[in-house]
Design a protein around this ligand. Structure first.
Ligand code: DC
Length: 218
């Protein structure tokens, strides 16, 4: 196993921004594992499978072909049965759907298997919810990037407004709190910061400071 870098943390903590910068600086690939769970949620929606129908979701994940591909510029794309669904991953419905289907053990085991394959082949930066505790427990580079729920909601709120979209702070905060609860209280492989994982609270930090905190360890 190459010495990959694992970054876990709750929704909206800035994990992916930090992970992407680190991957660029170290010139290694970045794997966004949340996008894979989002791909499963898109497949469920397409097949009319309810996100909370555990048996049907388990059968679905065995039946579909989920692939991660990179463009020449290094952007990650998710293909489900050969179809590129990347453009459909970032809606609120799919955020919630990914959080719900990720509770199903068969889904987690399948995604874990695919993620380990990637890390066996090359050194990568991977972010998600169970990378340090489950996918790459043996890597020495494990980080838990977090921030208060209010700060995460505030960042998302500003991001939406800057993108010209409408946003309601209270709805965003409620969605974040619900997803935190689902991700950290699920029975199988929940989100938590392990004892051997360095916790980085970015509530009062810039992206640069968070990136440097990780780079100084790597
Ligand atoms: O990182 P994200 O917000 O795109 O992830 C979407 C959902 O997928 C998240 O709410 C929980 C699930 N997930 C997971 O269970 N394990 C991971 N390693 C990554 C994501």
């Amino acid at each position: 196993m190459k010495q990959s870098i694992g970054i876990d943390g709750p929704a909206g903590a800035g994990k992916s921004t930090v992970a992407k910068r680190i991957a660029k600086i170290l010139n290694i690939p970045y794997l966004d594992t949340g996008a894979m769970y989002r791909g499963v949620a898109v497949a469920a929606k397409r097949h009319g499978v309810g996100f909370t129908d555990e048996e049907a979701v388990a059968a679905l994940v065995e039946a579909i072909d989920l692939q991660v591909q990179y463009t020449e510029t290094g952007e990650q794309h998710i293909l489900v049965d050969g179809e590129d669904v990347t453009g459909e991953l970032r809606t609120e419905e799919i955020s919630q759907g990914a959080s719900l289907v990720s509770r199903v053990p068969a889904v987690r085991d399948r995604m874990t298997e695919l993620q380990r394959k990637v890390a066996h082949a090359q050194r990568v930066v991977m972010d998600g919810r169970d990378i340090c505790t489950n996918v790459l427990p043996d890597t020495p580079y494990k980080f838990f990037v977090t921030a208060s729920a209010e700060e995460r909601a505030n960042r998302r709120y500003k991001q939406l407004l800057e993108g010209g979209q409408q946003a309601d702070y209270d709805t965003i905060l409620a969605d974040i709190i619900r997803r935190d609860k689902q991700d950290s209280e699920r029975a199988y492989k929940p989100l938590y910061c392990g004892e051997d994982t360095k916790r980085i609270d970015t509530t009062h930090m810039t992206i640069e400071e968070a990136v440097n905190a990780i780079l100084s360890e790597v």
